[in-house]
Design a protein around this ligand. Structure first.
Ligand code: AMP
Ligand code: MG
Length: 409
């Protein structure tokens, strides 16, 4: 049996990152920066008003109060987007809107709430210090500043700052395209009637959802019957368009119905292994199709095994496809393991790393293993928010012991 760590290293070493592309900002969500993103402009780009109000010289309103308001003439109104070159004279004011360019000569903005909102003249009932309600050029970023390091996965805020800095495209690696193929004569489509002996296909839905959550665009292939020729044809066809393939089922140890193993063994580029883990011992990984060859994971059929295998092996491969493993400090990196105290004893097979479905209580730092730890028990998986990790050499742990916990997204 191969260890989890050595199997994962082998997978990561075999993955070639997708080529960087110039991706339009409209499609950049979920892509991963291939280069540092720098701003060529100050953010904000000019001094501007933080509020709707009146641009003034602070010295002119120093004595303002409710009892003795200061009244100033209003010379003009400056809206956001107005590019006119306004100058504020001493003893005067300019009405100004949020985001409008601060006129030359002004050093403060009086919020409209401190005034009578006048048009010709304005009555001001509170003083303001210099800089009040003014956003200074460059107070968020200076020209040349690093906005986001290479390796950052772009989410909403990251796409936002790139837009704010005027980038119309971004040099990045797009979301990998993942295709999921489930196999098994027993499988029926959810929503269709079932007869005894058949089950509804859960894995292809689950794995496609997991792939999307991990940053892929995911496609489900219609489920396949246990016919090696059809399975091989479907896999080869999918490899032509996908960046990553996952199959489910058909790899258990030794059965003559192991259709995926039968279909792929001839190719010689996919290796089938026993990995020292529970659940998820039977694994297969390789590269298929024409260059650039497509990584394929042949995941076990039991739903919990497939799910755990996805988290351990496929998700890191998705990150490697997007060139993320080299940048541990970039925003959006995967969360590392937590430590928490067991609320109940656990057992684990000798020589295998086991992953136990659990509920984590972050507040008390405790973790509770769920009942129902068999690999077909998807209902208990759906109740879990985390996996307890028990090392290979450990077979028993008492309550109170501290363990590693992987949070589930
Ligand atoms: P296999 O590896 O094909 O022998 O499958 C192992 C177990 O997983 C069997 O109980 C299968 O019925 C089950 N299984 C396989 N594929 C799926 C699937 N797509 N959805 C749910 N269960 C599955
Ligand atoms: Mg099967």
């Amino acid at each position: 049996m191969q260890s989890v760590d050595s199997y994962l290293s082998e997978i990561i070493a075999a993955i070639t990152p997708l080529p960087p592309e110039d991706i339009p900002l409209t499609e950049a969500d979920g892509s991963v920066l291939a280069v540092d993103a720098v701003t060529n402009w100050a953010l904000p780009g000019f001094d501007n008003s933080a509020m709707d109000g009146y641009a003034v010289r602070a010295a002119d309103v120093a004595g303002a109060s409710a009892e003795s308001p200061v009244t100033l003439p209003v010379d003009a109104e400056i809206a956001a987007g107005d590019t006119g070159a306004y100058t504020l004279g001493p003893g005067r004011s300019l009405k100004i809107m949020t985001g409008a360019l601060l006129p030359a000569g002004a050093d403060a903005v009086i919020p409209v709430e401190w005034t009578d909102d006048g048009r010709q003249t304005v009555r001001i009932i509170r003083p303001a210090s210099a800089g009040n309600a003014v956003r200074r050029e460059g107070d968020d970023a200076k020209p040349g500043d690093l906005l986001l390091p290479a390796g950052t996965r772009l989410g909403a805020a990251q796409v936002g700052v790139l837009a704010a800095a005027g980038h119309g495209t971004v040099r990045a690696r797009r979301r990998p395209r993942a295709t999921v193929i489930s196999t098994g004569n027993e499988l029926a489509e959810p929503g269709s009637p079932l007869v005894p002996g058949r089950i509804w296909d859960s894995n292809s839905y689950m794995l496609a959802a997991a792939a999307r959550q991990a940053g892929c665009e995911a496609t489900r292939h219609p489920r396949l019957r246990d016919e090696p020729d059809a399975v091989l044809a479907a896999i080869e066809q999918a490899a032509a368009t996908a960046d990553l393939l996952m199959t489910s089922g058909g790899v258990s140890m030794g059965g003559e119905h192991d259709v995926v193993k039968a279909a792929l063994t001839e190719l010689g580029t996919v290796a089938f292994r026993k990995v020292a883990m529970q659940p998820g011992m039977p694994q297969g990984f390789g590269l298929i199709g024409d260059a650039p060859r497509t990584p394929i994971f042949t995941l076990p059929g039991n739903p919990v095994s497939a799910f755990v295998s996805f988290r351990l092996f496929v998700e890191p491969a998705v990150q490697a496809l997007q060139g993320r493993q080299a940048h541990p400090d970039a925003p959006g990196q995967p969360r590392s393991a937590l430590r928490a105290r067991l609320t109940a004893p656990v057992t684990s097979p000798d020589g295998k790393r086991s992953f136990l479905r659990a509920n984590l209580d972050r507040r008390s730092g405790s973790v509770t293993p769920l009942t129902g730890q068999n690999s077909h028990q998807i209902a208990s998986l759906a109740r879990a928010d985390s996996l307890i990790v028990i090392p290979e050499a450990v077979t028993n742990l008492p309550a109170g012991q501290t363990v590693d916990v992987l949070e589930l997204p």
